[in-house]
Design a binder for this molecule. Structure first.
Ligand SMILES: Cc1cc2nc3c(=O)[nH]c(=O)nc-3n(C[C@H](O)[C@H](O)[C@H](O)COP(=O)(O)OP(=O)(O)OC[C@H]3O[C@@H](n4cnc5c(N)ncnc54)[C@H](O)[C@@H]3O)c2cc1C
Ligand SMILES: NC(=O)c1ccc[n+]([C@@H]2O[C@H](COP(=O)([O-])OP(=O)(O)OC[C@H]3O[C@@H](n4cnc5c(N)ncnc54)[C@H](OP(=O)(O)O)[C@@H]3O)[C@@H](O)[C@H]2O)c1
Length: 269
């Protein structure tokens, strides 16, 4: 079984940057060296063979049982030799503690096709894009910024990221650098559990704090106007439900297969 399990692995972990004990930016190169075509905002699954393969299934003797999970791609499709992911370790999770055991140069499984509809073309050109994320939910927005910053199809790209602690705020340096060079991009991080008296001097509270009309207009430089804005929500499903309700009460409409709207979301669980 060991050799069969090894055969299904089709990619290599080529680097890992730890933000802290539970958050890492990892890069994965598929065998063959070329990533699948994808649009910023899409995801692929990563996987490992289950540790307990159980008894062979009747009729499918060599089939390897896998644990697979979806991850938004943080890199741009302009980078073609690897995919980057921003991953949080869930202590009781089936996959992530095992991902943390893979050394650089170690093997894993990765989808050969990207999936997902959480892409920027859900909004018309010239819109104010309001990108609201919790934790690792910032990943798809990184891919969008990295891809479109040179030829921006927006009036504003307002990226709000809520995390527990300041050390959980991924990509801060990169995002602050982008904002210094581009007035159309606003990066608004905020934290909920950072101890009082810590070096953090930025905003505190949940992402909803920034969606208060006056606060939003001050930070974004434009009003939060349903006629002009499309809101993309990514990460914690409780955040998505709460923010969706708040926005609907202010005249936004949820985008579904039945009706076009200006609230789009990607739930991570
Ligand atoms: C479309 C899509 C894209 C995703 N992209 C990412 C990504 O870019 N980075 C990432 O870390 N995860 C992402 N996830 C979540 C990921 O698929 C796994 O669920 C996660 O890595 C945990 O896997 P696990 O097997 O260790 O634990 P699981 O058994 O899958 O999850 C256990 C519990 O952990 C919590 N949880 C899961 N994911 C997260 C998370 N990201 N942040 C906070 N709490 C979480 C939930 O309470 C969940 O019920 C995505 C999920 C979907 C559906
Ligand atoms: N340093 C650490 O030890 C550490 C750090 C991060 C994560 N983790 C582990 O990773 C796992 C996932 O944690 P995570 O922090 O990445 O994800 P998370 O639990 O989704 O929290 C991310 C952010 O989303 C906020 N949030 C939660 N519900 C919300 C809602 N309804 N509306 C708006 N905002 C909401 C949280 O605020 P609240 O704080 O108010 O809930 C937090 O600021 C946990 O199992 C945790 O143990 C550990």
């Amino acid at each position: 079984m060991e050799s069969i399990a090894t055969d299904v692995l089709n990619a290599e972990l080529i680097s890992r940057e730890d933000l802290n004990e539970t958050l890492s930016i990892v890069r994965v190169r598929p065998d063959g060296g070329r990533v699948p075509d994808f649009q910023p905002g899409q995801f692929v699954r990563l996987g490992l063979p289950k540790p307990d393969q159980g008894a062979p299934t009747a009729g499918r003797p060599g089939r390897v049982r896998m644990t697979r999970r979806a991850y938004s791609i943080a890199s741009s499709p302009l980078t073609t030799d690897h995919l980057e992911f921003f991953v949080v370790r869930i202590e009781e999770g089936a996959l992530t503690p095992r991902l943390w055991e893979i050394p650089v140069g170690g093997r894993l499984w990765m989808d050969s096709q990207a999936k997902g509809e959480f892409t920027i073309d859900l909004a018309p050109p010239g819109a104010d894009l309001v990108m609201v994320s919790t934790g690792t939910g910032i990943a798809p927005f990184l891919s969008m910024l990295r891809t479109y910053a040179e030829n921006r199809p927006w009036r504003r790209f307002v990226l709000i990221n809520g995390a527990r602690y300041a050390s959980d705020l991924g990509y801060r340096d990169e995002l602050e650098r982008v904002c210094r060079g581009d007035e159309s991009v606003r990066y608004i991080p905020l934290v909920t559990r950072e101890p009082e008296g810590s070096p953090w001097t930025g905003l505190r509270g949940r992402v909803q704090t920034v969606l208060e009309p006056e606060m939003y207009e001050r930070l974004a430089g434009v009003p939060l106007d349903p006629a002009r804005a499309h809101v993309f929500l990514c990460g914690n499903p409780d955040m998505i439900d709460t923010v969706e309700a708040l926005l609907v009460a202010r005249g936004f409409v949820t985008d579904t297969h039945q009706q076009k709207g200006n609230i789009h979301f990607e739930r991570y669980w």
